[in-house]
Design a protein around this ligand. Sequence first.
Ligand code: HEC
Length: 254
Amino acid sequence: MNRLTTRFARIAVLLTGALLAQGAQANAGVQLLSFTPDTGNLASAQRGARNYMAYCSGCHSMKYLRYNRLAEDLKIPEDVLKKNLMFTSDKVGDPIKVAMPAASEQWFGRVPPDLSLESRARGPSWIYTYLKSFYIDESRPLGVNNTVLVGASMPHVLWELQGWQKKAEHKAEGEHAEAAGGHHEGSPFELVTKGSLTPKEYDEFVADTVNFMDYAAEPGKAGRISLGFKVLMYLFGLLVLTYFLKKEFWRDVH
Ligand code: HEC
């Protein structure tokens, strides 16, 4: 290896290290559950929109998404939109604002961030894991902490649905964990108080919500994917035509 390649390799190693370190910080070293959004699953995104409006829009705005765009994309009739999804006196052409502004800032010490682009900023797996990682922690002002966003000032707003979980103690073998009841194999938590949903229903609730947030971060995505497919089909058709045209041209030459 000459000197230049050595230096290049050294820089590459440093850069990789820096990137890895950054990633670890954002996730506080926690293994994220992997979640791939179901783009184009309209029913799920509709349920997610309902979940979001009921449980999140009180504190979080989505300033890049307008109610009427949402209704059009997710095929929600205007009367249903107005009755079930709009809690403020907004007009259908307005962006999604916070239902209880200012108050939340004083209560939680931090302004709840706008979530329009959250799915692109943090990624769907991060949000999915975040909503499943609130746990009881008496040392925190709200009595709750989150393994993905350590020291989060957001309360566990979905506790009625999920129930309360605490960090699982490290058990030697899986069999002891089983006896504790609510503890899943491989989960870092155990459920100590049941919620109104079963763990499976809660996972679906969170999945729907993240599907909606993923739609919100890129409202044109489903349309773009289907357009991309059409373009590819068109190009393929063109290829076939060109092939026959070429044969036609060269027929007399051979
Ligand atoms: C009572 C107010 C409140 C409600 C309701 C609420 N949040 Fe939050 N949320 C916050 C606050 C405050 C923060 C900032 C936490 C911090 O950085 O310490 C936050 C942070 C977040 C973050 C992390 C932002 C980031 O990238 O750092 C996500 C994701 C999030 N909330 C999603 C949701 C979802 C989804 C719902 C509905 C199920 C919801 N929140 C309901 C107050 C709220």
